[in-house]
Ligand binder design. Structure first.
Ligand code: SIN
Ligand code: MN
Length: 262
């Protein structure tokens, strides 16, 4: 799958691109069912909110077949190879739950801020592509973006070890307010199966989910193979050390599983 020049132009300008309904409801349904099974596992890769409910499952592409396939899906890998101009490896794979009522905040941050400071990734030649496994609405804790903020480089940040169970380099309120004065603040929403890709420098956050509706999103953080991390400070299932280029599978790799299990 290739992005059009207009899509590339929009990505460069805004720092993100929303592709509504790129996966079918059936494909998203399969991945959601598997995500819910993963959250029930007692594994160190499944991090929990203070309430005990699942927050994030890391590295699920290494222990779940449907997520293994999503991790090499051509609809995700090819556009990122196109943007990053070459072969990519998986720096991080996570399934974020944002559970009904208890899903907690993600503070304002840039992903590359953490990858540079904690993992010594040389350049922001890496980015996220995410798939909505639930309908994402204004109600259930959508991602918030500051359009254009990816053009500011790495912004000053402090290491937040307190707010949630997951340590993150976060931006202070003044910085975020100034960026939003210029770029505004948006919350891309859409049905399950939609895809949101965004620059690793884009400033983003998400609010707690007080609604009764869950909001599962899978994130592939893909990095150009030449730009692999240099420091191994974090667990290998959080910041991967396997820099093998990803070979995209066939487009029907998930639908094949649906017919196998039918
Ligand atoms: C992230 O910024 O890495 C996750 C945010 C979210 O899932 O809401
Ligand atoms: Mn992030």
């Amino acid at each position: 799958m290739r992005l059009t020049p207009a899509q590339l132009e929009q990505f460069n300008r805004e720092g993100y691109l929303f592709l509504e309904g790129l996966f079918t409801p059936e494909e998203a349904g399969l991945l959601k069912e598997e995500a819910e099974n993963i959250y029930k596992l007692d594994r160190e890769e499944v991090w929990r909110e203070k309430s005990g409910i699942a927050r994030t499952a890391f590295a699920a592409h290494t222990y779940n077949e449907a997520h293994r396939r999503l991790g090499s899906h051509p609809r995700l890998i090819e556009p990122i190879q196109q943007i990053l101009d070459g072969q990519v490896y998986m720096h991080q794979y996570k399934i974020n739950a944002k559970a009904p009522f208890d899903g907690e905040v993600w503070q304002w941050h840039q992903d590359y801020g953490t990858w540079a400071r904690d993992d010594e990734m040389p350049e922001p030649r890496a980015m996220n592509i995410s798939v909505f496994l639930d309908d994402v609405t204004a109600a259930n804790g959508p991602l918030l973006f500051i359009p254009g903020s990816h053009k500011k480089g790495v912004v000053d940040a402090g290491h937040d070890l307190k707010t949630t169970s997951y340590p993150l380099w976060t931006l202070d309120r003044d910085t975020v307010s100034k960026l939003a004065d210029e770029g505004g603040c948006v919350a891309p929403t859409g049905p399950a199966g939609s895809v949101l890709l965004f620059s690793s420098l884009l400033v983003h956050a998400s609010p707690p989910n007080i609604s009764p509706l869950g909001r599962i999103i899978v994130y592939l953080s893909l990095c150009h193979v030449d730009n692999h991390i240099r420091a191994f400070n974090r667990k290998e299932w959080i910041a991967h050390r396997d820099f093998t280029p990803i070979e995209a599978l066939d487009d029907n790799c998930l639908t094949e599983m649906l017919t196998e299990t039918a």
